[in-house]
Design a protein around this ligand. Structure first.
Ligand SMILES: [Zn+2]
Length: 345
């Protein structure tokens, strides 16, 4: 990293991405490959990624559509998984099981109601070295309190199984940050770009902004500040997961809109702005290119990516989806990967 007109970073990874499926998959996967070397792909498809063959098929589909992207595969972890099924998931290349509490987000109707329901699987997960990723919201609780109410069972689980790694996904509250800070080294958290920037007021405080509606919903200014301090701290327990979640425009602008922010088209550029505004550009590389890989036990990427100060306007629509910060100017542009190839060539 050098002057303020040019940022050179180790190529980043994104540890929480929704690439969707079928006809939608290609555009979203290639958009991710524009900047990120590796992405952890979420399994909440219809039908979900549940078993080894599902992982193999989905990874193959991603490979065909975006050969340059290394997809790190996750599966939906359910109490009914058997040791043999978990072993087959690992063999198929899965690195993580994702826990969805019942009904808290897109396609989670069959989720669990309490993290303790998967405790019997922990010895097998430990043996296989699979990471457990948690959507940390308690079902049936008032929406602003769902994350906080999940922390108790999360802490108990992390403490009881010190040899299993747990990620609290897309943290949105000061309480969650504090919880992860105080837990052992087997607990980490991902933070999204949009949770570093917006509060609930940006979603509903003035006009209703459906494209900023996500789960967990953005919270108070004090929560956003805690997330920023965690991201800027250099604490390796906090790393980037965009939770980029594309929904077609019509599925957001309607009477019952889907939750999810499509941030992939601006992910790294937006992060550079947030870190620069705070005078913390020197902490960006750890957050998006190092800590996540280390937590997952992966080698760091060798390539670099260069951002240049060259303002550009975010399109109003990308692949049929209204992207995060649509129509706004971004200060940084991703210019090249280390191969020297201009990205828009
Ligand atoms: Zn997600």
């Amino acid at each position: 990293m050098n002057s303020t007109t040019n940022i050179v970073l180790r190529r980043p990874d994104d540890f929480h991405v929704h690439l969707r499926q079928d006809a939608d998959l290609g555009e979203y996967a290639r958009e991710a490959a524009r900047v990120f070397a590796r992405v952890l792909v979420m399994p909440n498809l219809v039908p979900p990624i549940l078993e080894g063959p599902d992982v193999s098929r989905y990874r193959q589909a991603i490979r065909e559509q975006a050969p340059a992207l290394e997809a790190l595969m996750a599966f939906k972890l359910l109490p009914r998984h058997t040791p043999a099924q978990l072993a087959s998931l690992k063999t198929a290349g899965a690195v993580a099981g994702k826990v969805y509490p019942e009904g808290v987000t897109t396609n989670s109707e069959d989720g669990i109601t309490d993290l303790r329901q998967i405790w019997p699987l922990m010895p097998v997960l430990e043996e296989l070295g699979l990471v457990v990723c948690c959507h940390g919201e308690k079902p049936g609780v008032f929406s602003l309190d769902r994350e906080e109410r999940f922390l108790d069972e999360f802490s108990q689980t992390v403490t009881k199984f010190p040899n299993v790694r747990f990620v609290l996904e897309h943290v949105s509250t000061a309480s969650a940050v504090e919880c992860v800070e105080h837990l052992g080294a087997n607990a980490a958290a991902t933070i999204t770009l949009h949770h570093l920037e917006i509060t609930l007021d940006d979603v509903i405080g003035g006009m209703l902004k459906p494209h900023l509606f996500c789960k967990p919903i953005a919270k108070r200014p004090s929560d956003r500040e805690a997330l920023r301090q965690a991201a800027f701290s250099g604490n390796p327990k906090f790393f980037f997961g965009s939770d980029s979640a594309p929904h077609l425009k019509g599925k957001k602008e309607c009477a019952a809109g889907c939750a999810g922010v499509y941030s992939m088209p601006v992910a790294l550029e937006g992060l550079a702005e947030v870190f620069e505004r705070a005078g913390k550009l020197e902490r960006l590389e750890g957050f998006c290119s190092q800590f996540g890989a280390e937590f997952y036990g992966l080698a760091l990427n060798e390539e670099t990516v260069t951002l240049v100060r060259d303002a550009w306007k975010v399109p109003d629509l990308a692949h049929g989806v209204v992207p995060y910060r649509a129509g706004e100017l971004l200060a940084w542009r991703v210019a090249t990967l280390s191969t020297g190839t201009p990205l828009n060539a």
